[in-house]
Design a binder for this molecule. Structure first.
Ligand SMILES: Nc1ncnc2c1ncn2[C@@H]1O[C@H](COP(=O)(O)OP(=O)(O)OP(=O)(O)O)[C@@H](O)[C@H]1O
Ligand SMILES: [Mg+2]
Length: 330
């Protein structure tokens, strides 16, 4: 049998694992729950995420990635190894050739953590690929053409802006303005304005339910429960789309500035291609109401969503595993 080819879209919020001939074997939150006494894995993915904010005694919840990179190597190794164990795919790791995705501008320490992970998994060959570049390939952009194309991947931990031409990254930038920063800003807003403490899951719920970018929104109301800072008792408040939009807009403005910065340093011919052909928008936050329209208006360039913003990167890895067989075979 041929050696397996594996791809891992190692995202700050979601991890997706693909094995050739099997397809996607895991697509769940990048969360692990550890038993603090014996250090064993208690749960991963959805099962671990369910425990956020309601952790039983002796169990510790870890988000092994921060801002797109491995923040806790030991937890990441446990997390990924458990995926292969639970899905009965451990044997696939032997002699496997693997793609692991990462943001632009990795430091040597961050790159080394990915290499350590691959070594611990026991794979035979590792290729670290830019996640936005993979998303471009996965969303049918003609990255091999000499024309310039731009993709903006707004995920949980980072926004990655990449310009590609003849299959290569020409210019790129990664900033930590993405989904989790929005959730943190919502938590701060609830505390400062409504005197109420809410958890990270509730903040994400608010973002998804009534979060909106720009000013052209339908103002909706949402009742949210938390703990009153004054009385420490359960308390409910009503919040509006308008208020949440005011929390989100400054974070989106930094994303717009990042795209502008990249357009400024893009060689003029390629920038011309991008202005003509438009920008592709991907990653989970691409689904936030009004983001596409706001980017389009602010940049005066057409912006379109990729077909499946949460799956573009792993789809690009799947296609690249085929094309990269040669590169991986060395
Ligand atoms: N329908 C939606 N509306 C708004 N936000 C959403 C929606 N679906 C997912 N998200 C947000 O998208 C983010 C996760 O996106 P994604 O899975 O692309 O990130 P990731 O790949 O794990 O992170 P990164 O690539 O930055 O390391 C989370 O912040 C999540 O709350
Ligand atoms: Mg991602």
């Amino acid at each position: 049998m041929l050696n397996p080819h594996i791809a891992i879209d190692l995202g700050t919020c979601n991890t997706i694992v693909y094995i050739n001939h099997k397809g996607i074997i895991f697509n769940e939150p990048t969360v692990i729950a550890i038993n603090e006494t014996n250090k064993n894995t208690y749960a991963i993915g959805y099962e671990a995420a369910k425990l956020i904010g309601r952790t039983p005694q002796g169990i510790k919840i870890i988000h092994p990635l921060k801002n797109g990179v491995i923040a806790d190597l030991e937890a990441t190794i446990k997390f990924i190894s458990t995926i292969f164990q639970l899905t009965k795919n451990k044997r696939s790791l032997r002699k496997a050739k693997i793609i692991i995705t990462a943001p632009s501008e990795l430091t040597p320490v961050e790159e080394n953590a990915i290499k350590q992970l691959a070594k611990k998994l026991g794979v035979s060959k590792l290729l670290i690929e830019n996640k936005a570049k993979m998303a471009a390939i996965g969303s049918d952009l003609d990255v091999n053409s000499s024309k310039g194309s731009m993709i903006v991947d707004v995920g949980g931990g980072t926004t990655d802006v990449v310009v590609l031409s003849v299959g290569k990254v020409v210019v790129s930038k990664s900033i930590p303005n993405a989904g989790l920063l929005i959730d943190e800003a919502i938590i701060r807003y609830m505390r400062a304005t409504h005197n109420i403490m809410i958890g990270e899951k509730n903040a994400e719920y608010i973002k998804m339910k009534i979060g909106s970018v720009g000013t052209n929104y339908e103002n909706r109301l949402l009742q949210i429960s938390g703990v009153s800072i004054e009385t420490s008792l359960p308390h409910s408040v009503i919040i509006t789309t308008q208020a949440i939009s005011e929390v989100i807009n400054p974070i989106v403005n930094d994303i717009i500035d990042c795209v502008r910065d990249i357009l400024f340093i893009t060689p003029p011919e390629l920038a011309g291609d991008i202005v003509e052909n438009g920008i592709s928008l991907t990653g989970g936050i691409a689904l936030l109401t009004g983001l596409r329209e706001t980017l389009e208006k602010a940049l005066n360039v057409p912006v379109r969503l990729t077909a499946d913003p949460l799956l573009s990167t792993i789809e690009g890895c799947r296609l690249s595993l085929k094309t990269f067989k040669n590169a991986l075979n060395h």
